[in-house]
Design a binder for this molecule. Structure first.
Ligand SMILES: [Zn+2]
Length: 202
């Protein structure tokens, strides 16, 4: 019973924060995916599901090896679920992952550049967003690169990664916090970009 209540609360959070990310242009069309830990596996949005229109039936339950435990609509699991699982396996402190392709952060990602953290909020709340080398979205190689980037940061417990030529991953204790980190990272990239076009007074 308790697990059922926990499941419905987590599903409500995934639906709410997926829709919010879509409304705030963190992603478009059917790109991006959101997940959280549940029981001995994860809940994750299905392949082809638009983040603006996630429903309870559009969320799959997978075990930690990516096997399907529940899939009401018979959707394909997101091809990027393996990337999420790589992080959950290495970081027991992470309970939710948010993956989107927002315009400003992805502009830095396609240039192969890390995002300049110019604001105190970004420095304090995000700390660091390492760049993960490019690999085909959904590939095993990308999952390996993500795992390597996490391991390379050791005890730093980073909360985000920039995927070269692709998008961002943010991870936190809850769906709400992983969404907020994605939003903050995008605003941080936007501020860095806009500040370059302002002519210095001096
Ligand atoms: Zn992606």
């Amino acid at each position: 019973m308790i697990q059922e209540k926990e499941r419905s609360e987590l599903i409500s959070d995934i639906i709410k924060y997926s829709a919010l990310g879509y409304e705030r242009f963190l992603t478009i069309a059917d790109s991006g995916n959101v997940s959280c830990r549940f029981g001995d596996g994860i809940l994750v949005t299905g392949s082809g599901v638009e983040l603006g229109e996630v429903t309870e039936n559009g969320i799959l339950h997978l075990d930690m090896n990516g096997n399907i435990l529940s899939n009401p609509l018979g959707l394909k699991p997101s091809k990027e679920a393996s990337m999420h699982l790589s992080i959950y396996r290495l970081r027991p402190d992470v309970n939710s992952i948010y993956h989107v392709h927002p315009a400003y952060t992805t502009a830095y990602a396609v240039k192969g550049m890390t995002i300049p953290f110019l604001t105190s909020t970004a420095k304090r709340k995000i700390v660091k967003t390492p760049l993960v080398p490019y690999a085909e979205p959904g590939s095993e190689k990308l999952g390996d690169y993500v795992a390597e980037a996490i391991l390379a940061t050791g005890n730093e417990s980073i909360k985000s990664l920039l995927l070269e030529g692709h998008g961002i991953l943010t991870f936190a204790d809850s769906v709400k916090l992983s969404f907020q980190l994605a939003e903050l990272l995008e605003v941080t990239a936007k501020i860095a970009f806009l500040s370059q076009s302002i002519v210095d007074k001096s």
